[in-house]
Design a protein around this ligand. Structure first.
Ligand SMILES: NC(=O)c1ccc[n+]([C@@H]2O[C@H](COP(=O)([O-])OP(=O)(O)OC[C@H]3O[C@@H](n4cnc5c(N)ncnc54)[C@H](OP(=O)(O)O)[C@@H]3O)[C@@H](O)[C@H]2O)c1
Length: 313
């Protein structure tokens, strides 16, 4: 099977492996239990080191993750690594941020927490900002002009919203680099909505978040072993029972490729669809396993089998 070649972020952006790392859990105690039990900075450092060793060099954070703590943790790791990594963060469109100037002010706060002079990609976290998409994109283009960000992305934008953002940026001589949306074998919305097609058409990278279904596609959570805490509300025992046939199919396909795990199959399927998944990893073991999604590919028949097995979930 072929190895994955590097992709560019948007058209003409930095070259990356088609796999990144999401750092929502790095510093978030409410949802992901950071600082409680066994999950500490030592685990995060180890996960980060494993990523770099595996050539995974694209890291996603946001100002709201851990109320700024994720940016601080990631920035420190990036600075101490001395490596040239691709780092992206997000602007949260709070209702009181209703001028285009708020974008630059907010990015400066993020850069302070990250300890970086500029960022590779700045994304608008959600499309429900109090100003028009066009004015929002003007604010985003301003930060590129100011040398604070190299490219502009959006997140959770529908195909229509994304096209409007892309058109607005073109007027400023820029292209929209990415749209980050939930996409996995448990959520195939971007295929149904036409977003995946629109991204390919416009040269926009689809960054897939929650690519292993917040852990549900690892196969470790079952009706007898459901997730604890906030995830238990979203993933009921009945739901976990419903996805077990899919997990079995993933295991069987993984076996055909030398024992790839369900997580690796879940990520490899997304890469095969042309997306760049950004799985979260809380420790070295998870980071190592997720990096094993690179360097191999499923056959067309196997991709189609997973399409069928995940239909309607
Ligand atoms: N733009 C947005 O609105 C948005 C929304 C959500 C997420 N995101 C981004 O997407 C990233 C990833 O999404 P996500 O964190 O929601 O979900 P995910 O990547 O699907 O799942 C991550 C969780 O699954 C478990 N896990 C990961 N790898 C594993 C492995 N190999 N073996 C066993 N367990 C493993 C870990 O939790 P446990 O060990 O606790 O099970 C981990 O925190 C986030 O970090 C964030 O950067 C963006």
């Amino acid at each position: 099977m072929s190895n994955h070649s590097a992709v560019t972020l948007g058209s003409g952006g930095p070259s990356i492996q088609p796999l990144g790392v999401g750092t929502w859990s790095w510093g978030d105690s409410f949802f992901w239990g950071y600082g409680r039990g066994t999950y500490t900075d030592v685990d995060i450092q180890a996960a980060f080191d494993v990523c770099l060793d595996a050539g995974v060099a694209f890291f996603d954070t946001a100002e709201v993750y851990g109320l700024g703590r994720s940016e601080k943790i990631l920035g420190k790791l990036v600075r101490h690594s001395g490596k040239n990594l691709v780092v992206t963060t997000k602007f949260f469109p709070f209702p009181w941020r209703f001028t285009r100037g708020s974008v630059k002010r907010t990015l400066r706060y993020s850069l302070n927490r990250l300890g970086l002079a500029s960022i590779d990609l700045y994304q608008v976290h959600w499309p429900f900002h109090p100003i028009s998409i066009e004015m929002m994109m003007d604010g985003m283009a301003d930060v590129v002009d100011a040398g604070l960000a190299r490219a502009v992305g959006v997140s959770n934008y529908s195909p229509d919203q994304m096209r409007r953002a892309h058109a607005a940026l073109l007027k400023r001589g820029l292209r929209l680099a990415s749209n980050q949306v939930e996409y996995s074998l448990l959520n195939r919305g971007p295929e149904r909505s036409g977003l995946l097609r629109a991204c390919a058409e416009l040269g926009i990278t689809l960054i897939a978040y929650s690519p292993i279904g917040m852990g549900m596609l690892t196969g470790k959570y079952t009706p007898d072993n459901p997730p604890q805490g906030t995830r238990s509300a979203r993933f009921s025992r009945a739901y976990l029972a419903r996805i077990q046939p899919l997990i079995q199919t993933m295991r069987a396909i993984g076996e055909q490729h030398g024992g790839k795990t369900p997580s690796q199959v879940a990520l490899n399927w997304l890469i095969g669809k042309g997306a760049v998944p950004i799985p979260g990893a809380k420790n070295a073991r998870q980071a190592q396993e997720n990096a094993g999604a690179l360097g191999w590919a499923m056959t067309g028949d196997e991709m189609a089998e997973l399409d069928r097995a995940s239909e309607g979930l």
